[in-house]
Ligand binder design. Structure first.
Ligand code: SIN
Ligand code: FE
Length: 328
């Protein structure tokens, strides 16, 4: 469904990508990929079938008069940042503005945004505040399938269903999440570019204490290969999801997300699950386990030093000339 609408408007990047498979819910390979922690687009899960009629008018009428989290950006990038880490990071410029708007205020901003300027992106967890019809649609999600997946794969608790409404062309820059995600597309088309957790070294994440923790420092539109030389070796996967598609987005997989230009706004809902319990440790450790370990060590060092400025020299002293290649 999604495929024929793609390609024409999609930007080319410096790295090569392979297609993520699009499979039926009945194909045994689908369950195998989910169990193996590999991305897959499930084309016929019916996960959000009951919401495929959602559009801006319907939502405006039924979603309730509460306030919604909306981000505003003066360019197409909507780079997430952690507000709690802003104060300890001097010179940090917030990449986007957080606003609390009613749904109608959001819709009017979405309709009046000029090309490339004052873009908006609604990102709000679906909660009790929503109207009756939305509750009915929500209860009609294919909970039996997704809960069976949660159980079979020993995922932890469902943490949230985030409603995302983006303008065409909006970009969520590359990052990884520490939760499993079934990403359900309801309206419009989203392109996902993904990288395996073993590509960590190519992606150059910000330090863990930085507000942009878990995000790549590399600007895909204009990669600085001097600072980030290994980004040249990055090998990605990609897909375009359309209405009814569900992408399994495994924990620690890097993802860069674009609402496909010239295809209208996008509506999506995430199903985020906590990581399951850590079972027996088997060696060699998986790339995911190594990323988690690196994060914990990095956080410990930062906490112990109690000063972000001391972290780089401390880390270098630990490895330079001992664990690094000799200079050639
Ligand atoms: C997006 O759809 O723009 C971002 C979703 C995510 O990062 O999980
Ligand atoms: Fe994400």
């Amino acid at each position: 469904m999604a495929k024929e609408n793609k390609n024409c408007n999609l930007k080319e990047y410096s790295f090569a990508t392979e297609e993520i498979p699009r499979l039926s819910i009945n194909n045994p390979e689908t369950d195998k990929r989910i169990a193996d922690g590999l991305p897959v687009v499930i084309t016929d899960s019916g996960l959000v079938q009951s919401a495929l009629h959602w559009d801006l008018d319907y939502l405006q009428e039924n979603i309730g008069d509460g306030k919604f989290t909306v981000y505003k950006s003066n360019n197409k990038r909507f780079q997430y940042f952690d507000d709690k880490k802003v104060d300890s990071c001097k010179d940090f410029q917030k990449p986007m503005e957080h606003m609390d708007l009613t749904f109608s205020e959001f819709v009017s901003k979405l309709k009046t945004a000029k090309a490339g300027k004052d873009r908006v992106y609604l990102q709000q967890a679906l909660n009790e505040g929503v109207g009756k019809r939305i509750v009915t649609d929500f209860l009609g999600f294919n909970w039996s399938w997704v809960t069976e997946q949660q159980k079979k794969n020993k995922f932890g608790a469902l943490t949230s269903n985030l409603l995302l409404i983006g303008m065409e062309g909006n970009v969520t820059p590359a990052h990884y999440d520490e939760q499993e995600n079934f990403f359900a597309q309801i309206r419009g088309y989203k392109r996902f570019i993904m990288f395996h957790p073993d590509q960590f070294k190519c992606m150059y994440p910000y330090p863990t204490y930085h507000p942009c923790d878990r995000q790549s420092q590399v600007d895909f539109d204009n990669p600085d290969f001097k600072r980030f030389p290994k980004f040249k070796d990055a090998k990605g996967y990609e897909t375009v999801v359309g209405p009814g598609d569900v992408l399994f987005l495994p924990m620690y997989w890097w993802h860069h997300v674009e609402s496909v230009p010239e295809q209208g706004h996008t509506i999506s809902v995430t199903f985020w699950y906590k990581a399951g319990p850590i079972g027996n440790i088997n060696y060699p450790l998986s790339p995911q386990q190594k990323v988690s370990m690196m994060r914990n060590l990095e956080k410990m060092i930062h906490q112990a030093l109690n000063n972000a400025d001391e972290v780089p020299e401390f880390m270098q002293n630990m490895v330079l000339g001992r664990y690094t290649d000799p200079p050639s």
